[in-house]
Design a protein around this ligand. Structure first.
Ligand code: ATP
Ligand code: MG
Length: 416
């Protein structure tokens, strides 16, 4: 019998506490989804989702009685989050989606495990583990785990029409766990539903896209998304640019030890055009930090590889390091890719690497004089103060930040 009992996450005392709590007095709980799937695939399981026959209010009541913190994170959908030792465990009551319209589901709670399994999206996501760690497969998911097949439970078209987010989930899980080609029926259903993606909320789309772009190698999934016409729907910016830069970037991440970064990956498939990126950020409702990653990138100048260190420092001062780091990483990935067939590119790679290291270590120097110094020199408050300061700063930058305070004060006096 297949079991997850030997997994470290399964043995943790917090999980045992939850099982004891929910399995008493006629209730039952099982682990479901990602933790079971990942364990069976030999991968790390981080967060633990659980399913239970108990109603959400009962889960809350039992948790509170046992002194476990319970948060009603999605009570309408039956989800209560139990927090033990700072770790969240999502507990969702068995349910059936009674009415779906592609965006929202009306749910009914139940006690039938098979019904609960069948309303889940993919076979690999619907495996349960009971309190002893025994894996329970009600949807023929085990063979798909074995062959790494990402497959909808039941009829693909129907399952996609219930919730169009499943189109993106299909490609996301394919990116993370799929091998070979995506399941043909699933791919066809996703392609047919592509025009419906615009009805989804921006937050859900962006959250899925980000997860997809965080896979170890999202290249094949993106290729199939493009093929199915899905990528153009959610990321029209990638239309012209294409996704050819992804393999080179993924290879560069491995070679240079860069942590996979969904934003950098996204940058590699969209043009560095401020206006279009602004539209993208707005449409997908990127966070402020995420949006500024793109504006910093698009707003920074291209770096000529032949640039001298001093000139590069001035560039860093003027446009900030963040955008230039993005530019250099993307340029480096392209250059490194070329060296595979053309060793004459090696010096360029070496130079870009040095520039990148310089940009990453960059600490913006602070102008050693301020407006107060200008006032002190006898200039009355007004626009002239700003002008003088600007002149001093320009000279200081052009001189590679070498002039010290005394020199600048002397220059100020001569200007006044
Ligand atoms: P991850 O490793 O990303 O957490 P996961 O499989 O745990 O993967 P979640 O998004 O946390 O995915 O969802 C938990 C489970 O809920 C899934 O495994 C799946 O069974 C079910 N599920 C989540 N979203 C949907 C959906 N849109 N349609 C059907 N079932 C879903
Ligand atoms: Mg999960």
């Amino acid at each position: 019998m297949t079991s997850v009992a030997a997994e470290a996450w399964f043995a943790q005392p917090a999980l045992k506490r939850i099982f004891d709590l929910l399995n008493a007095d006629g209730g039952e709980a099982r682990v479901v989804g990602g933790a079971v799937r990942n364990s069976l695939m030999g991968l790390d399981a981080s967060d633990i989702d659980m399913a239970t026959t108990l109603l959400p209010q009962e889960v809350m009541k039992r948790a509170e009685a046992a002194g476990i913190k319970a948060v009603a994170t999605g009570i309408d959908h039956g989800t209560v989050t139990l927090i033990i030792g700072g770790k969240p465990f999502e507990v969702t009551t068995l349910r059936q989606d009674v009415e779906t319209n592609g965006r929202h589901a009306e749910v009914a709670f139940g006690t039938d495990w098979k019904v609960d399994a069948k309303r889940r999206d993919l076979t690999i996501n619907a495996l349960y583990a009971d309190a002893r760690g025994a894996v329970i497969d009600l949807v023929d998911g085990l063979p798909d785990i074995e062959s790494r097949t990402v497959r909808f439970i039941g009829e693909a078209e129907k399952r996609v029409a219930e919730d169009y987010l499943r189109v993106l989930r299909f490609f996301r899980f394919f990116a993370w766990y799929g091998s070979g080609r995506p399941d043909a029926g699933g791919l066809r259903a996703c392609a047919r539903a592509r025009s419906k993606l615009s009805s989804l909320s921006a937050e859900r789309v962006w959250s899925e896209l980000k997860k997809l772009l965080s896979a170890e190698d999202p290249g094949r999934a993106l290729l199939w998304m493009r093929q199915a016409g899905v990528l153009t729907e959610v990321l029209p910016e990638s239309e012209k640019w294409g996704i050819d830069a992804i393999p080179g970037l993924v290879a560069a991440e491995r070679v240079f030890g860069w942590a996979p970064d969904p934003l950098l990956r996204l940058a590699s498939i969209v043009p560095p055009d401020n206006e279009r990126l602004g539209e993208m950020a707005k449409r997908l409702r990127l966070s402020k930090t995420e949006a500024s990653f793109f504006t910093a990138w698009a707003g920074s100048p291209a770096v000529p590889v032949t640039i001298a260190d001093t000139a590069f420092d001035r560039m860093l001062y003027r446009s900030g390091a963040a955008g230039l780091v993005t530019r250099l990483k993307l340029a480096l990935a392209v250059a490194r890719q070329k060296t595979e067939n053309d060793p004459s590119q090696l010096p360029e790679v070496a130079r870009l690497k040095r520039l990148l290291a310089r940009a990453e270590a960059w600490q913006k120097p602070v102008l050693p004089v301020s407006g107060a110094d200008v006032l002190e020199a006898g200039v009355p408050a007004g626009p002239r103060v700003r002008e003088l300061l600007q002149t001093l700063e320009d000279g200081w930058v052009d001189g590679n930040f070498n002039a010290d305070r005394a020199t600048l004060v002397a220059r100020l006096k001569s200007l006044v």
